[in-house]
Design a protein around this ligand. Structure first.
Ligand SMILES: Cc1ncc(COP(=O)(O)O)c(C=O)c1O
Length: 458
């Protein structure tokens, strides 16, 4: 059982309050200066509901790499999901929750020997492969492991293509690999693919499922008698304004055609982004502002950047949308850019955007920040990673509190602000000069050097 720090618990909130309102309440108190996340557990629970409704035949194995936050893993474990782990540490993290090893797929086609040994010692006996050496390694370390051949079948366009690195050619390489697996007396039980993360071409799933059916037939002809598993990977969208409708339609149709219910084949997937993206909202604070010489352009400096949460802009090719958290949004918009806190010129969050005039101490929030953000972030230049505050309303609390590994201990009715007060008293910098310096803000509502120089007061 996990021991909780107060900030690791789920804060119970009123049924109708929104994430934006919660963030406003928090920042209004001026108790916090560091960036922070609100993790809406209800959003995650809703995704489980959507997945089950849209693709009832496809059992999700959550891709831990996407966001390994304990409360995400525990919530998904509570709903009986499986887990896609890429490494020893990820496997351990999931096993430590009390999840049975049979609910884990070690879905990294190129594994380190020590990690294979660990998987074997923990009875994790389902893994993917796409090359010969991997088969020899598995034969010598974990010979009874059940194997899934990963084929390459790329979407024409995706946010993060994966085929350049993983997946064997289904026509040329797959037959040779299956033949070697047979010679080594290994147990191949299925086929997997990943069309690319953030798939922009739903029909790619149809091509990949069709290609998988061909490999199924081939493997059966070659004497693999236990072909029972199709793994359709990840690639499903997860942001607030996206829908699973199109991809689920394509997947369900293709499964009916090539893997009908009567085939008895088990279908699994490895979604990451779909579950995690929209559940996390990031709140950042403006700590400095400057204008570009001879340009009507304002540069806002916020306390999280490319080396922190916004690494997703570089690595995940994400596009982030700022939502200023100011009362008077009716002020005219000005050309602006947003920058992270480190001294690197690369640390730019948004290059060009029209924003209302804001002051030092104002906050900007970013929705859809749950996928491929925190697990990749660093504390470069000494800037701390944002804390995560989880929330759930009473309905979600009642639904979850007795679903193992979640328990009543996971929840607290202490307001988030009180939790923050407690944390702040233990750590954190006193950053209160900026927002309290009302004179400063009144004088320079938006710091344009040009404006100041033109001011009649000078
Ligand atoms: C093997 C594997 N499975 C699943 C995923 C998750 O993909 P997504 O977040 O697009 O669902 C990834 C992402 O890189 C992956 O490499």
């Amino acid at each position: 059982m996990r021991i909780f720090g107060l900030e690791e618990q789920i804060h119970v909130i009123d049924n109708n309050i929104t994430v934006d309102e919660i963030i406003k309440d928090i920042v209004r108190t001026k108790e916090i200066s560091d960036p922070f996340y609100i993790f809406d557990v209800g959003d995650l629970v809703n995704k489980v509901k959507i997945w089950k409704k849209k693709m009832p035949r496809v059992k999700p194995y959550y891709a831990v790499k996407c966001n390994d936050n304990f409360l995400i893993l525990e919530t998904l474990a509570a709903f009986g999901l499986g887990f896609d782990c890429a490494s020893r540490v990820e496997i351990k993290k999931v096993l430590d929750l009390g999840v049975n090893p049979s609910r884990i797929i070690f879905a990294n086609p190129a594994k380190m020997t020590s990690h294979i040994k660990y998987a074997m010692s923990q009875c994790v006996d389902l893994t993917t492969f796409d090359n010969e050496l991997e088969l020899y390694k598995i034969k010598s370390i974990h010979p009874n492991c059940n194997l899934i051949i990963r084929i390459r079948s790329d979407a024409a366009s995706s946010q993060c293509p994966l085929g350049v690195k993983y997946g064997c050619d289904p026509q040329v390489e797959a037959p040779a690999l299956l033949s070697l697996a047979r010679d080594l007396n290994l147990s191949v039980v299925g086929v997997s693919f990943h069309v690319g993360s953030g798939c922009n071409e739903p029909i790619a799933f149809r091509r990949a499922i069709s290609a998988s059916a061909t490999i199924f037939c081939l493997a059966q002809q070659m004497g693999f008698t236990n072909m029972y598993l199709l793994n359709i990977g990840g690639g499903f969208p997860g942001n607030k304004n996206t829908s699973l409708d199109k991809i689920s339609e394509v997947v369900n149709d293709a499964l009916n055609e090539w893997f009908p219910l009567s085939s008895g084949i088990t279908i699994i997937a490895e979604p990451g982004r779909f579950f995690a993206a929209s559940a996390f909202t990031l709140a950042t604070k403006i700590h400095s502002i400057k204008s570009r010489p001879n340009e009507d352009h304002t540069m806002y400096f916020i306390n999280d950047g490319i080396y922190g949460s916004f690494n997703s802009i570089l690595y995940d090719h994400s596009v982030v949308v700022p939502k200023p958290l100011i009362e008077n949004t009716s002020s005219s918009l000005v050309p602006s850019s947003i920058w992270g806190p480190t001294c690197d010129g690369l640390d730019q969050v948004i290059d060009s955007v029209n924003l209302p005039k804001m002051n030092m101490g104002d906050w900007i929030i970013f929705e859809d920040m749950g996928a491929y953000t925190l697990p990749v972030a660093s504390t470069f230049n000494g800037f701390p990673l944002p804390k995560v505050f989880a929330i759930a309303n009473r309905l979600i609390w009642n639904k979850l509190k007795n679903l193992m590994p979640i328990s009543e201990d996971h929840f607290t009715c202490v307001p988030i602000v009180a939790t923050i007060k407690m944390i702040q008293s233990e750590s954190s910098d006193d950053d209160s000069w900026d927002e309290n310096d009302i004179e400063y803000n009144r004088q320079y509502p938006c710091l344009h050097l040009k404006n100041i120089l033109n001011s009649p007061n000078l």
